[in-house]
Design a binder for this molecule. Structure first.
Ligand code: TYD
Length: 215
């Protein structure tokens, strides 16, 4: 244990961004950094992160784009999120652990609210009902031009590609969504240029983490 912040309730850090923005790699590197600092750190992801939420993940991410409409899909993401929060995130924070989540609620606002054009007000209503005012302590938004993100995911071979089948304008809307979330929540969100080398992005994240959570 290295500092006062490590006693008491843990801190919740989320990584957000479009497909192919490198969140998973950056999450793992950040977890390693926190471990080096002597912090106990749980790495998790959405959709998923608890057994029930993992089952919902399978339902949402496989199949044709038309499988769910925007409302049904949003409710499924929030059912999964509530399960993840209650069974995984909250207990870890209560035990004083750091939690890093690869995606959280901002993804629903960006993908369903902006990408699928369900609208900010509708998503916010579901959010308030499902998880209330719970929010991350710090959110990193990995920003990348939509074409670049799509190019990076092109070669991926897996069946969880329902969203990667969406067109370029969908990905452009969701990028704008993330940027507008960042503008509206400047104290919580930090935007990074994700087109740079992995090490440069990670260095900036570590600096922010030190400044914001370890001082
Ligand atoms: P995943 O395989 O985890 O993709 P990535 O590595 O890009 O995070 O699949 C998650 C997909 O689900 C991704 O395309 C984003 C989408 N998504 C939403 O549309 N809304 C949400 O609330 C969340 C958490 C994810």
């Amino acid at each position: 244990m290295t500092s006062g912040i490590l006693s008491g309730r843990g801190k919740f850090i989320t990584l957000e961004g479009g497909d192919g923005s490198g969140k998973s790699t950056q999450s793992r590197l950040l977890q390693a950094f926190l471990k080096e600092k002597g912090a106990d750190c749980l790495l998790t992801r959405e959709p998923g992160g608890a057994p029930g939420a993992d089952e919902i993940r399978e339902l949402i991410l496989t199949g044709e784009p038309e499988r769910w409409d925007a409302v049904g899909e949003t409710l499924l993401f929030y059912a999964a999120r509530r399960n993840h929060l209650r069974l995984t995130i909250e207990p870890a924070l209560a035990a004083g652990r750091f939690v890093i989540s690869d995606r959280f609620a901002d993804s629903t606002m960006a993908y369903q609210g902006y990408g699928n054009q369900l609208g900010v007000a509708a998503v916010q209503k579901i959010h308030d009902f499902a998880i209330g005012d719970f929010a991350p302590d710090l959110t990193f938004i990995l920003d990348l031009p939509a074409e670049e993100g799509l190019r990076r995911t092109e070669g991926r071979l897996h069946n969880e590609d329902r969203f990667e089948k969406m067109d370029l304008s969908f990905h452009e809307r969701l990028r704008e969504g993330f940027l507008s979330i960042a503008r509206e929540n400047p104290a919580r969100c930090f935007v990074l240029d994700a087109s740079r080398p992995v090490g440069d992005i990670q260095a900036e994240m570590r600096e922010q983490l030190d400044q914001r959570l370890f001082r």
